[in-house]
Write a protein that binds this ligand. Structure first.
Ligand SMILES: Cc1cc2nc3c(=O)[nH]c(=O)nc-3n(C[C@H](O)[C@H](O)[C@H](O)COP(=O)(O)OP(=O)(O)OC[C@H]3O[C@@H](n4cnc5c(N)ncnc54)[C@H](O)[C@@H]3O)c2cc1C
Length: 386
């Protein structure tokens, strides 16, 4: 029997970041079903941090988390965790009110947001289609951060081990039982672990883990998102390009290692699984790239898909289940689990140990009531669009 103070199911960014904080309070064991950390959503993200996505709570957590990426704790990573990359939201005429509203939301967290016109859009991204029927205006924010996801996950794993806690790969939890003094889990291979507090950070599988524990579901909906990778025309240097979004929410692209990552911003309901790109969604990504830019896609060099899992109000959720003592949810990070991970980890630490709500989070407009699972009980499980 392996005993711990905190047992965490899931070795994605949610489980690892929380474990690194909780390891200051006691022995933590992270159980990850796959052989590699971050095999699912955390390793399939485009790893960006910006204020253009999510609701006010998400933006507040993004703001709070930003210094962690810019100046990580001493010894966390040998390589930088993030680098600046601007974001652009480009609007056709009918979408201009949308970018104006977005600029107002973003302006609460960055004073660098600028309204730009077609010439500046093309200067930043020479292949963008501009003019009637295409982008006529955009908002530009130079403060976006491209996060190094692998360095982030490895940094957290290293911090957990350095604090004397453990991360086990290849340990899929097969059963969860409530005992008199906490929770006991048994892995597929028959190993048993126990702790008074069980943290459910199982990503898309979180409602399945809850079902094993006889805890009511939180109403998580995994939604598949597709990325294709294309080569730019020979001689075209894409590295100075921004993270370019269509204000219509149907397209984004960003440079990565000399290539272009493209998404049709699909959100297809899916079951928890090893997500794979559908032919249709990959073709849609290529089509949208040709619609929004002057590029022609002759070959898709690479493609993947991953799950972004949302609860009903699309706000990440942390806290004890009101009906299951010691059962802690850390779920629903949607499309912002990397950029909010430092804040969610601090929230998980505070709520799981009975500590004070991080003060600065309140200053960023993030209130406990917006994050705790109580708000979702009795609500619909259908994610609403933001
Ligand atoms: C295409 C795409 C682009 C994205 N872009 C961004 C972005 O730019 N910025 C951003 O912040 N976020 C982005 N995201 C979202 C981000 O990736 C997620 O919010 C985040 O990774 C969720 O982390 P997680 O730890 O909850 O989930 P996961 O990384 O999926 O981790 C959950 C883990 O739990 C494990 N598990 C499940 N069941 C069990 C079990 N029974 N036993 C043991 N282990 C189990 C799984 O194997 C998995 O590794 C993107 C996501 C996708 C798919």
């Amino acid at each position: 029997m392996n005993e711990a103070d905190f047992l965490i199911v899931g070795g994605g960014v949610a489980g690892l970041s929380a474990a690194a904080r909780l390891a200051r309070h006691g022995r933590v064991v992270v159980l990850e079903g796959e052989e590699a950390l971050g095999y699912h959503s955390s390793g399939r993200s485009v790893s960006f941090s910006h204020f253009g996505i999510g609701n006010a709570a998400v933006r507040g957590m993004t703001a709070w988390s930003r210094p962690f990426f810019e100046t990580p704790p001493e010894g966390f990573s040998e390589t930088p965790l993030a680098r600046l990359m601007a974001t652009v939201y480009a609007a056709a005429e009918e979408q201009v009110p949308k970018i104006e509203a977005l600029a107002a939301e973003m302006a609460r967290f960055t004073d660098k947001v600028e309204r730009i016109g077609p010439d500046r859009i093309r200067e930043l991204c020479p292949v963008a289609r501009t003019g009637p029927g295409h982008a006529i205006a955009a908002i530009y924010d130079p403060t976006g951060l491209k996060i190094e996801a692998a360095a982030l996950l490895q940094g957290y794993a290293k911090a957990i081990r350095a604090a004397g806690s453990q991360v086990f790969n290849g340990r899929r939890v097969a059963s969860v039982d409530r005992k008199r003094d906490g929770w006991q889990v048994v892995t597929e291979a028959g190993e048993t672990f126990s702790a008074p507090i069980l943290i459910n950070a199982a990503g898309a599988w979180a409602d399945k883990v809850a079902a094993m524990a006889d805890v009511a579901p939180i109403g998580l909906q995994p939604k598949r998102r597709t990325i294709i990778v294309v080569d730019p025309p020979a001689g075209m240097n894409v590295s100075p390009w921004p993270f370019f979004h269509s204000a219509g929410g149907d397209f984004y692209m960003l440079p990565e290692a000399g290539q272009i990552l493209v998404s049709p911003e699909d959100e297809v309901d899916d079951a928890p699984c090893d997500a794979a790109p559908e032919e249709y969604d990959a073709a849609l990504a290529a089509y949208r790239l040709e619609q929004h830019t002057t590029l022609t896609v002759t070959r898709i060099a690479h493609r993947w898909a991953g799950l972004r899992s949302f609860v009903a109000d699309r706000t990440p959720t942390a806290g004890f289940d009101p009906a299951a003592p010691g059962f802690f949810w850390l779920v629903g990070q949607g499309g912002y689990g990397l950029q909010t991970a430092p804040a969610m980890a601090a929230i998980a630490e505070a709520l799981a140990t009975g500590g004070a709500w991080p003060e600065e989070l309140e200053a960023c407009g993030v209130e406990p009531a917006a994050i705790r699972p109580e708000r979702l009980r009795g609500g619909s499980s259908q994610a609403e669009a933001t």
